[in-house]
Design a protein around this ligand. Structure first.
Ligand code: SB7
Ligand code: NI
Length: 184
């Protein structure tokens, strides 16, 4: 089982690397790691399990955060209408995105960052992602709102990019141009 002890923190080289694509069909070992990743994300949102295992609630996880340098992400998050977006994916790729942006009004955090980082993180408002599921099926997923932001946060991890790399250093709370505010 994955716990916080497995999560690498800022300063670890894994977080700055471009992760390797997974050869499809994925190996049993790769599938098992991805299954554990989605399990961790779900467990971290269960109050009893989170307390028992001292998990910080997370809505997503990327393999480099557990020091696995492969293109795998797990996401378990609800949108503003309470619709669940639960995905465990290999080789996720943004194949198109809106010009319009969005941002969380309260900024972002990261399980690999043990400090509050102030500032707004501009993201694409809408994205289309192509990926392969645990069952080996190729899927195309259209996302907006919070799920779109979480996908972009996780895919960034696969490219060695942290959420704060997007924050305007001169003025962290400058409202991004042409962007939809999203309240958490
Ligand atoms: C706020 C939090 C996350 C994504 C977008 C906005 C995920 C936090 C957990 N992670 O560090 C996953 O990489
Ligand atoms: Ni993160």
């Amino acid at each position: 089982m994955i716990t916080m002890q497995d999560i690498v923190r800022e300063g670890h080289p894994s977080l700055k690397m471009v992760a390797q694509p997974v050869n499809i069909p994925a190996s049993d070992e790769e599938k098992e790691i991805l299954r554990q990743m989605i399990e961790f994300v779900k467990n971290s949102q269960d109050p009893d399990l989170a307390e028992k295992y001292d998990l910080r609630p997370g809505i997503g996880l990327a393999a480099p955060q557990i020091n696995v340098n492969k293109r795998m992400i797990a996401i378990h998050v609800k949108d503003h209408k309470d619709k669940l977006f639960s995905y465990a994916l290999f080789n996720p790729k943004i194949i198109s995105h809106s010009v319009e942006k969005s941002y969380l009004t309260r900024g972002e955090g990261c399980l690999s960052v043990d400090r509050e980082v102030a500032g707004l993180v501009p993201r694409h408002a809408r994205i289309k992602v192509k990926a392969t599921t645990l069952d080996g099926e190729e899927v195309t997923i259209r996302l907006k709102g919070m799920p779109s932001i979480v996908f972009q946060h996780e895919i960034d991890h696969l490219n060695g990019i942290m959420f704060y790399d997007h924050i305007n250093i001169e003025d962290p709370y400058a409202i991004p141009e042409n962007a939809i505010p999203i309240e958490l």
